[in-house]
Every structure is written in C-alpha cells, then in structure tokens.
Ligand binder design. Structure first.
Ligand SMILES: Nc1nc2c(c(=O)[nH]1)N[C@H]1C(S)=C(S)[C@@H](COP(=O)(O)O)O[C@H]1N2
Ligand SMILES: [Mo]
Length: 325
C-alpha cells in the first residue's frame, strides 16, 4: 500500500468551513488547553469515595454549540440537518430509513455508561457527569455507509482518546468493545429475535486513540437527536458507518477481537475492520462511488473515505490482512 499523505490544513478553504471558524479559533485553543487540565481530573474524581464531591463541584455541561475544530473541516457541503435526521440506520427502531419518529421512544435520561474490562479503573458514569468532564468541540466529518450513500455532518463531542485515558487500559487490553442499550420496550426493533442484540461494535486500542475517533453528543450545534444515537454514539469517519455504534451503554477493554452485530449476522459480507476502500467491492455491490444524501449526486468514493493522512500509519504492514471489510 503506497500512500501519499496530505495534512488537513493543506486542504483548500471549503464550503463546509464557516466564516466563524477563525474567529472561534482562539477560543478553541483556549478550551483545548483547559481540556488537557480537565482531562486529568477524572483520574482522581473516579477513585472510590470521591465521586459525589467531584460531581457537586462540576459545572453544568455546556452541551452545544461547541466551537468548531478547524482541523476537521472538509471540502464538501454540509448535508442539511433535516436530510441527515430523516434518513437513518438504527435497527433498534426498524430496518427502514425513516425511523426518526419511532426513535423518539428512546429515553436518554437517566443514562449511565459502564466502563469495564481490562482497565485500571472500572467505573460507571452518568452521561451528564461525563459531559462535564470533557471539552466538547465540533467537527465536520464525512460519513460513508457500506450501502454506498454518504453525508457530511457537523458532529459535536469529544475525542474517544479522552475516555480511554480515563479508563487507563492494561497492557493486555487490545480492543475497545462498544455496546448499545438493550431494552425491548424502548426499542421495538429488538423484538426481532433474528438479530443478535444488543448492537455491538469494536475497534483496536490504536484506532480508538487515533485523533479522528470521536464520541458524539451533538449534531449541527444541537444536542444529538435520538435517531442519530443519543446520548452518545461513536464516529470513525474512515470506516463504514456500521462501525459507529449508537446509544452506547457499555465500553469495554478486551483482549479478543469483538464480534460485531453485522459480522455475527452475515460474516461473509461484514467484517471487523470495515475501512473504506473504493476498489474492494461488497460481495453484492460496488464501493467505487456513493450517492450524496440531499443532492442525489454520485461522487467517487475515496480511500479511507478521504482520511488517509490521519490513519494510514494504523495499517502499515497489514496490507495482506482483510482490513477492507
Ligand atoms: N445501535 C446501532 N448503531 C448503529 C446502527 C444500528 O442499526 N444500531 N446502524 C449503523 C449504520 S449502518 C450507520 S450507516 C449509522 C447511521 O447513523 P445515522 O443514522 O446517525 O446517520 O449508524 C450505525 N450505528
Ligand atoms: Mo451503514
């Protein structure tokens, strides 16, 4: 695999870049500096007995809008909010794309996330406590579904790396496993017994700590709509969309490669890696182009969905492995 890299800041100014970016830049840099201090806090705050006092002292979470990080804007136009929010994959609410109304059954408070497995600190944290301990930012990311449609979304959230640092994985931990809620009352789709609920996804620790890996809590400057996987979903923009587990309740550090939902259902078509490659077709369709939601235009699919510069190093020496499905 010969990969020419170009850093994000070499990209031309784009339709997706708002005028406010550079005005917000100083604020962002200030927040990022503050974040590096804040990121150290949970280590102490999560030790036994200190939880309550830390929570009481924490400021109310600044949900959205978060300042846009200018390192993650792209040349494509943003997909309109209403388009992205009415064409979803969320099988817990049905297998069609128009589940956004059905998804309003999702109850997002109270919401706890269990961090467990091969870590120095197992802990359970409420979503609002988690939000108070991270620095939120906005990133414009491409999203490429394995079904060959794509969109461009302004997600807000925080780097997955922050959460990995809070958990402090042991050397034996090789993968991060992400699990969606299981509740058949709240999600009628989970009564469809032939699916392997709950929805599970996984990445390697190296992938989880890559700068692009993002835990999403908002979209388009607002709190994350339920149909997008509120209150916490993942984004790995160089991978096919099915890797982006929604409405996460458990993040585990494990030694074995997790078997994901789609792999378990149809292992000949969906694998663990799912890195976007226009030249590696799905067994039933080509991946060389994609339909852009909203405009309907077809555009060429890019290697690693256009994120080669950020992720190529993760896969050096793995060219012979099936990292494309
Ligand atoms: N829990 C859960 N997560 C999921 C899915 C799902 O059905 N259930 N679908 C995946 C797929 S295939 C895609 S393309 C994205 C879609 O995200 P969006 O609806 O927010 O655009 O969510 C992913 N995460
Ligand atoms: Mo998808």
């Amino acid at each position: 695999m010969l990969i020419r890299t170009r850093r994000g800041w070499e990209l031309p100014e784009s339709a997706a870049t708002p005028e406010g970016v550079f005005r917000d830049r100083r604020r962002l840099l200030r927040n990022l500096a503050a974040g590096s201090i804040a990121a150290a806090l949970p280590l102490a705050a999560c030790s036994p007995g200190e939880e309550d006092s830390a929570d009481a002292a924490a400021p109310a979470p600044a949900l959205a809008p978060a300042p846009r990080n200018p390192a993650y804007t792209i040349e494509r136009a943003l997909t309109p909010k209403d388009v992205a929010g009415t064409y979803n994959n969320f099988y817990e609410y049905g297998s069609s794309k128009d589940i956004w109304q059905e998804a309003q059954r999702l109850q997002v408070r109270p919401w706890e996330i269990v961090i467990d497995g091969l870590v120095e600190r197992e802990f359970t944290i409420g979503i609002d406590d988690l939000l108070a301990r991270v620095e939120l930012e906005e990133r414009v990311y491409r999203h490429r579904c394995v079904e060959a449609w794509s969109m461009t979304v302004a997600w807000s959230g925080f780097p997955m790396r922050s959460l990995v640092e809070m958990a402090a994985p042991l050397a034996s931990a090789k993968y991060v496993r992400m699990e969606t809620f299981a509740d058949r009352e709240m999600a009628p789709g989970q009564r469809q017994f032939w699916y392997p609920w709950p929805y599970v996804e996984g990445v390697t620790i190296a992938e989880a700590t890559n700068e692009l890996s993002f835990l999403v809590t908002g979209a388009y400057g607002e709190t994350l709509p339920k149909q997008h996987g509120a209150p916490l979903r993942a984004a790995f923009p160089w991978k096919y969309g099915f890797k982006h587990g929604k409405s996460l309740v458990r993040i585990s550090f494990v030694e074995e490669q997790p078997l994901n939902f789609w792999q378990e259902l149809q292992g000949r078509e969906y694998g663990f890696w799912a890195n976007v490659h226009p030249g590696v077709p799905h067994p039933r369709w080509s991946q060389d182009s994609e339909r852009v939601l909203g405009t309907g235009e077809r555009v060429a699919t890019q290697l690693f969905n256009g994120y080669t510069e950020f992720v190529a190093d993760l896969y050096r020496g793995m060219e012979d492995q099936p990292i494309w499905f």
